[in-house]
Design a protein around this ligand. Structure first.
Ligand code: FAD
Length: 280
Protein backbone atom coordinates (compact mmCIF):
# COMPACT_ATOMS: atom_id res chain seq x y z
CA UNK A 1 0.00 0.00 0.00
CA UNK A 2 1.24 3.53 -0.81
CA UNK A 3 2.61 5.54 2.11
CA UNK A 4 0.59 8.74 2.22
CA UNK A 5 2.25 10.32 5.29
CA UNK A 6 3.74 13.31 3.49
CA UNK A 7 0.68 13.97 1.41
CA UNK A 8 -1.75 16.87 1.75
CA UNK A 9 -5.39 15.95 2.27
CA UNK A 10 -7.80 18.85 2.38
CA UNK A 11 -11.46 19.75 1.87
CA UNK A 12 -13.38 22.68 0.46
CA UNK A 13 -16.52 24.51 1.61
CA UNK A 14 -18.59 27.27 0.08
CA UNK A 15 -20.06 30.00 2.31
CA UNK A 16 -23.61 29.11 3.39
CA UNK A 17 -26.35 31.66 2.69
CA UNK A 18 -28.84 30.72 5.41
CA UNK A 19 -28.85 29.95 9.14
CA UNK A 20 -29.66 26.34 8.29
CA UNK A 21 -26.62 26.28 6.01
CA UNK A 22 -24.43 27.59 8.82
CA UNK A 23 -25.73 24.90 11.19
CA UNK A 24 -25.05 22.32 8.53
CA UNK A 25 -21.42 23.51 8.23
CA UNK A 26 -21.05 23.13 11.99
CA UNK A 27 -22.26 19.52 11.81
CA UNK A 28 -20.00 18.86 8.80
CA UNK A 29 -16.99 20.32 10.61
CA UNK A 30 -17.54 18.04 13.60
CA UNK A 31 -17.32 15.04 11.27
CA UNK A 32 -14.44 16.30 9.10
CA UNK A 33 -12.37 17.28 12.14
CA UNK A 34 -12.12 13.59 13.05
CA UNK A 35 -10.24 13.02 9.77
CA UNK A 36 -7.55 15.57 10.73
CA UNK A 37 -7.43 17.27 7.32
CA UNK A 38 -4.37 19.42 6.56
CA UNK A 39 -6.68 22.37 5.98
CA UNK A 40 -10.19 23.31 4.89
CA UNK A 41 -10.61 26.02 2.28
CA UNK A 42 -13.64 28.20 1.60
CA UNK A 43 -14.61 29.69 -1.77
CA UNK A 44 -15.12 33.39 -2.44
CA UNK A 45 -17.40 34.92 -5.06
CA UNK A 46 -15.65 37.04 -7.66
CA UNK A 47 -16.92 40.61 -7.33
CA UNK A 48 -16.99 40.15 -3.56
CA UNK A 49 -20.49 38.64 -3.44
CA UNK A 50 -19.64 36.24 -0.62
CA UNK A 51 -16.89 38.24 1.08
CA UNK A 52 -18.45 38.29 4.55
CA UNK A 53 -19.65 34.71 4.23
CA UNK A 54 -16.13 33.52 3.40
CA UNK A 55 -14.61 35.33 6.38
CA UNK A 56 -17.29 33.99 8.74
CA UNK A 57 -16.81 30.42 7.48
CA UNK A 58 -13.02 30.72 7.83
CA UNK A 59 -13.49 31.79 11.46
CA UNK A 60 -15.91 28.92 12.02
CA UNK A 61 -13.34 26.43 10.68
CA UNK A 62 -10.59 27.91 12.87
CA UNK A 63 -12.79 27.69 15.96
CA UNK A 64 -12.53 23.92 15.54
CA UNK A 65 -8.74 24.15 15.72
CA UNK A 66 -8.39 23.40 12.01
CA UNK A 67 -6.23 25.27 9.51
CA UNK A 68 -8.41 27.38 7.22
CA UNK A 69 -7.58 28.68 3.77
CA UNK A 70 -9.77 31.41 2.26
CA UNK A 71 -10.04 31.64 -1.52
CA UNK A 72 -9.33 35.13 -2.85
CA UNK A 73 -10.29 36.29 -6.34
CA UNK A 74 -8.92 39.35 -8.10
CA UNK A 75 -11.12 39.95 -11.15
CA UNK A 76 -13.22 43.11 -10.82
CA UNK A 77 -11.41 44.06 -7.60
CA UNK A 78 -8.76 46.61 -6.65
CA UNK A 79 -5.33 46.28 -5.07
CA UNK A 80 -6.60 48.30 -2.11
CA UNK A 81 -9.49 45.92 -1.52
CA UNK A 82 -7.31 42.83 -1.83
CA UNK A 83 -4.76 44.37 0.48
CA UNK A 84 -7.49 44.97 3.07
CA UNK A 85 -8.66 41.39 2.74
CA UNK A 86 -5.13 40.01 3.17
CA UNK A 87 -4.63 42.14 6.29
CA UNK A 88 -7.95 40.95 7.71
CA UNK A 89 -6.91 37.33 7.19
CA UNK A 90 -3.39 37.84 8.50
CA UNK A 91 -4.75 39.51 11.65
CA UNK A 92 -7.14 36.58 12.12
CA UNK A 93 -4.22 34.12 12.09
CA UNK A 94 -4.64 32.77 8.55
CA UNK A 95 -1.44 31.66 6.84
CA UNK A 96 -2.69 29.96 3.68
CA UNK A 97 -4.79 31.32 0.80
CA UNK A 98 -6.08 29.95 -2.50
CA UNK A 99 -5.39 32.68 -5.10
CA UNK A 100 -7.68 32.80 -8.13
CA UNK A 101 -8.67 35.09 -10.93
CA UNK A 102 -12.38 34.24 -10.66
CA UNK A 103 -14.98 35.08 -13.30
CA UNK A 104 -16.49 38.52 -13.82
CA UNK A 105 -20.07 38.48 -12.53
CA UNK A 106 -22.71 39.18 -15.20
CA UNK A 107 -23.16 42.89 -15.81
CA UNK A 108 -19.68 43.79 -14.48
CA UNK A 109 -17.29 44.92 -17.20
CA UNK A 110 -14.21 46.34 -15.51
CA UNK A 111 -11.68 43.51 -14.91
CA UNK A 112 -10.00 45.59 -12.21
CA UNK A 113 -6.31 46.10 -11.48
CA UNK A 114 -5.23 42.46 -11.40
CA UNK A 115 -6.49 40.61 -14.46
CA UNK A 116 -5.05 37.12 -14.01
CA UNK A 117 -4.20 34.85 -11.09
CA UNK A 118 -0.43 35.13 -11.70
CA UNK A 119 -0.74 38.88 -11.11
CA UNK A 120 -2.63 38.20 -7.88
CA UNK A 121 0.07 35.79 -6.67
CA UNK A 122 2.74 38.39 -7.51
CA UNK A 123 0.78 41.03 -5.62
CA UNK A 124 0.34 38.83 -2.53
CA UNK A 125 4.05 38.02 -2.50
CA UNK A 126 5.08 41.66 -3.00
CA UNK A 127 2.84 42.92 -0.20
CA UNK A 128 3.00 40.11 2.37
CA UNK A 129 6.30 38.35 1.59
CA UNK A 130 6.31 34.71 2.65
CA UNK A 131 3.54 35.02 5.22
CA UNK A 132 1.02 33.04 3.17
CA UNK A 133 1.27 29.61 1.62
CA UNK A 134 -0.34 30.22 -1.75
CA UNK A 135 -2.34 27.59 -3.64
CA UNK A 136 -3.47 28.24 -7.21
CA UNK A 137 -5.82 26.47 -9.62
CA UNK A 138 -4.72 23.98 -12.29
CA UNK A 139 -6.73 22.55 -15.18
CA UNK A 140 -5.56 19.11 -16.40
CA UNK A 141 -8.40 19.11 -18.95
CA UNK A 142 -7.82 22.79 -19.94
CA UNK A 143 -9.59 25.91 -18.70
CA UNK A 144 -12.51 26.70 -21.05
CA UNK A 145 -10.91 30.06 -21.95
CA UNK A 146 -7.44 28.74 -22.78
CA UNK A 147 -6.75 28.49 -26.49
CA UNK A 148 -5.03 25.13 -26.21
CA UNK A 149 -3.15 22.92 -23.76
CA UNK A 150 0.22 24.57 -24.53
CA UNK A 151 -1.21 27.93 -23.55
CA UNK A 152 -2.74 26.38 -20.44
CA UNK A 153 0.66 25.09 -19.36
CA UNK A 154 2.42 28.38 -20.06
CA UNK A 155 -0.10 30.36 -18.02
CA UNK A 156 0.04 27.78 -15.22
CA UNK A 157 3.84 28.03 -15.13
CA UNK A 158 3.52 31.81 -14.65
CA UNK A 159 1.57 31.24 -11.43
CA UNK A 160 4.29 28.96 -10.09
CA UNK A 161 6.98 31.48 -11.12
CA UNK A 162 5.05 34.24 -9.36
CA UNK A 163 5.44 32.34 -6.07
CA UNK A 164 2.64 29.80 -5.72
CA UNK A 165 3.53 26.95 -3.33
CA UNK A 166 1.12 24.36 -4.73
CA UNK A 167 -1.89 23.90 -6.98
CA UNK A 168 -5.31 22.32 -6.66
CA UNK A 169 -6.87 21.04 -9.85
CA UNK A 170 -10.34 21.48 -11.24
CA UNK A 171 -12.13 18.17 -10.73
CA UNK A 172 -11.85 15.52 -13.43
CA UNK A 173 -12.66 11.83 -13.91
CA UNK A 174 -9.75 10.88 -16.21
CA UNK A 175 -6.69 10.05 -14.09
CA UNK A 176 -4.54 10.12 -17.26
CA UNK A 177 -5.27 13.83 -17.72
CA UNK A 178 -3.65 14.57 -14.35
CA UNK A 179 -0.66 12.27 -15.01
CA UNK A 180 -0.01 13.92 -18.38
CA UNK A 181 -0.44 17.43 -16.97
CA UNK A 182 2.13 16.77 -14.22
CA UNK A 183 4.59 15.29 -16.75
CA UNK A 184 4.17 18.32 -19.02
CA UNK A 185 4.76 20.64 -16.06
CA UNK A 186 7.93 18.77 -15.12
CA UNK A 187 9.20 19.24 -18.68
CA UNK A 188 8.71 22.99 -18.12
CA UNK A 189 10.54 22.73 -14.77
CA UNK A 190 7.35 23.46 -12.88
CA UNK A 191 7.66 21.24 -9.86
CA UNK A 192 5.15 22.57 -7.31
CA UNK A 193 2.78 19.88 -5.97
CA UNK A 194 -0.35 19.59 -8.13
CA UNK A 195 -3.07 18.19 -5.91
CA UNK A 196 -6.03 16.58 -7.68
CA UNK A 197 -9.41 18.12 -6.81
CA UNK A 198 -11.95 15.35 -6.19
CA UNK A 199 -15.67 15.86 -6.71
CA UNK A 200 -17.72 13.03 -5.17
CA UNK A 201 -20.63 12.01 -7.40
CA UNK A 202 -23.95 12.29 -5.57
CA UNK A 203 -26.32 14.07 -7.96
CA UNK A 204 -26.11 13.59 -11.72
CA UNK A 205 -28.09 16.65 -12.88
CA UNK A 206 -26.03 19.03 -10.78
CA UNK A 207 -22.76 17.37 -11.79
CA UNK A 208 -23.63 17.54 -15.50
CA UNK A 209 -24.46 21.25 -15.23
CA UNK A 210 -21.26 22.09 -13.28
CA UNK A 211 -19.10 20.03 -15.60
CA UNK A 212 -20.45 21.72 -18.72
CA UNK A 213 -19.62 25.16 -17.32
CA UNK A 214 -16.14 24.38 -16.02
CA UNK A 215 -14.96 22.18 -18.89
CA UNK A 216 -14.76 18.86 -17.02
CA UNK A 217 -15.35 15.78 -19.15
CA UNK A 218 -17.56 13.10 -17.65
CA UNK A 219 -16.50 9.97 -19.58
CA UNK A 220 -19.28 8.44 -21.65
CA UNK A 221 -19.29 5.16 -19.74
CA UNK A 222 -19.98 7.09 -16.53
CA UNK A 223 -22.68 9.31 -18.09
CA UNK A 224 -24.42 6.29 -19.60
CA UNK A 225 -24.62 4.55 -16.23
CA UNK A 226 -25.69 7.66 -14.31
CA UNK A 227 -28.39 8.54 -16.85
CA UNK A 228 -29.64 4.99 -16.71
CA UNK A 229 -30.28 5.24 -12.97
CA UNK A 230 -32.83 8.04 -13.52
CA UNK A 231 -34.21 9.15 -10.13
CA UNK A 232 -32.71 6.19 -8.26
CA UNK A 233 -30.46 8.24 -5.96
CA UNK A 234 -29.18 5.25 -4.02
CA UNK A 235 -27.80 3.65 -7.18
CA UNK A 236 -26.30 6.96 -8.35
CA UNK A 237 -24.53 7.38 -5.02
CA UNK A 238 -23.32 3.77 -4.86
CA UNK A 239 -21.95 3.88 -8.41
CA UNK A 240 -20.59 7.42 -7.93
CA UNK A 241 -18.75 6.29 -4.81
CA UNK A 242 -17.10 3.36 -6.60
CA UNK A 243 -16.01 5.54 -9.52
CA UNK A 244 -14.58 8.27 -7.30
CA UNK A 245 -12.84 5.79 -5.00
CA UNK A 246 -11.20 4.10 -7.98
CA UNK A 247 -10.08 7.49 -9.32
CA UNK A 248 -8.50 8.42 -5.95
CA UNK A 249 -6.70 5.07 -5.80
CA UNK A 250 -5.37 5.49 -9.34
CA UNK A 251 -4.14 8.99 -8.54
CA UNK A 252 -2.39 8.03 -5.30
CA UNK A 253 -0.78 5.05 -7.04
CA UNK A 254 0.34 7.38 -9.84
CA UNK A 255 2.12 9.59 -7.29
CA UNK A 256 -0.43 12.30 -6.48
CA UNK A 257 0.96 14.40 -3.60
CA UNK A 258 -2.46 14.55 -1.92
CA UNK A 259 -6.15 15.00 -2.61
CA UNK A 260 -8.48 17.99 -2.19
CA UNK A 261 -12.13 17.07 -1.71
CA UNK A 262 -14.88 19.37 -2.97
CA UNK A 263 -17.17 18.55 -0.04
CA UNK A 264 -20.14 20.67 -1.16
CA UNK A 265 -20.53 21.33 2.60
CA UNK A 266 -21.45 17.70 3.23
CA UNK A 267 -19.41 15.36 5.38
CA UNK A 268 -20.65 11.96 4.29
CA UNK A 269 -19.18 11.48 0.77
CA UNK A 270 -15.76 12.80 1.81
CA UNK A 271 -15.66 10.84 5.09
CA UNK A 272 -16.53 7.58 3.29
CA UNK A 273 -13.86 8.08 0.63
CA UNK A 274 -11.28 9.18 3.21
CA UNK A 275 -11.89 6.14 5.43
CA UNK A 276 -11.97 3.71 2.54
CA UNK A 277 -8.67 5.13 1.27
CA UNK A 278 -7.22 5.00 4.78
CA UNK A 279 -5.88 8.55 4.54
CA UNK A 280 -4.50 10.64 7.35
P1 FAD B 1 -6.07 32.20 -14.35
O1 FAD B 1 -4.99 31.30 -13.91
O2 FAD B 1 -5.79 33.68 -14.38
O3 FAD B 1 -6.51 31.70 -15.81
C1 FAD B 1 -7.73 32.11 -16.40
C2 FAD B 1 -7.62 32.01 -17.92
O4 FAD B 1 -6.79 33.05 -18.41
C3 FAD B 1 -7.01 30.72 -18.44
O5 FAD B 1 -7.62 30.40 -19.67
C4 FAD B 1 -5.54 31.07 -18.64
O6 FAD B 1 -4.91 30.27 -19.63
C5 FAD B 1 -5.64 32.52 -19.08
N1 FAD B 1 -4.51 33.33 -18.59
C6 FAD B 1 -3.94 33.27 -17.37
N2 FAD B 1 -2.96 34.19 -17.25
C7 FAD B 1 -2.93 34.85 -18.42
C8 FAD B 1 -2.15 35.93 -18.89
N3 FAD B 1 -1.22 36.52 -18.11
N4 FAD B 1 -2.36 36.39 -20.17
C9 FAD B 1 -3.32 35.81 -20.94
N5 FAD B 1 -4.10 34.77 -20.53
C10 FAD B 1 -3.91 34.31 -19.29
N6 FAD B 1 -13.98 30.86 -8.61
C11 FAD B 1 -14.48 31.77 -7.75
O7 FAD B 1 -15.12 32.75 -8.17
N7 FAD B 1 -14.31 31.63 -6.40
C12 FAD B 1 -13.61 30.62 -5.86
O8 FAD B 1 -13.47 30.53 -4.65
C13 FAD B 1 -13.05 29.63 -6.74
N8 FAD B 1 -12.32 28.59 -6.28
C14 FAD B 1 -11.73 27.72 -7.16
C15 FAD B 1 -10.89 26.70 -6.66
C16 FAD B 1 -10.26 25.82 -7.53
C17 FAD B 1 -9.36 24.76 -6.96
C18 FAD B 1 -10.48 25.91 -8.92
C19 FAD B 1 -9.83 24.94 -9.86
C20 FAD B 1 -11.31 26.91 -9.43
C21 FAD B 1 -11.93 27.84 -8.56
N9 FAD B 1 -12.72 28.88 -9.02
C22 FAD B 1 -13.26 29.81 -8.14
C23 FAD B 1 -12.99 29.03 -10.47
C24 FAD B 1 -11.95 29.98 -11.13
O9 FAD B 1 -12.05 31.26 -10.56
C25 FAD B 1 -12.27 30.03 -12.62
O10 FAD B 1 -11.94 28.81 -13.22
C26 FAD B 1 -11.65 31.19 -13.38
O11 FAD B 1 -12.23 31.25 -14.67
C27 FAD B 1 -10.15 31.10 -13.57
O12 FAD B 1 -9.47 31.33 -12.41
P2 FAD B 1 -7.87 31.03 -12.38
O13 FAD B 1 -7.37 31.48 -11.07
O14 FAD B 1 -7.62 29.64 -12.78
O15 FAD B 1 -7.40 32.03 -13.53
Amino acid sequence: MTNTNNHSFSCEFFPPKTDKGRENIEATLIELKKLKPDYISCTYGAGGTTQDGTFDTIQQIMQHGLEAAPHITCIGSTKEKISGLLKQYKDAGVSRVVALRGDLPEGMEDPGELRFANELVEYIRSTTGDHFDIEVAAYPEKHPQSRNMQDELIQFARKAEAGANAAITQYFYNADAWVRFVEDCQRLNVTIPIIPGIMPITNYTQLARFSASCGTEIPRWITTRLEGYGDDLDSIRAFGFDVTLQLCEQLIDAGAPGLHFYSMNRAEPTVRLWNELNLG
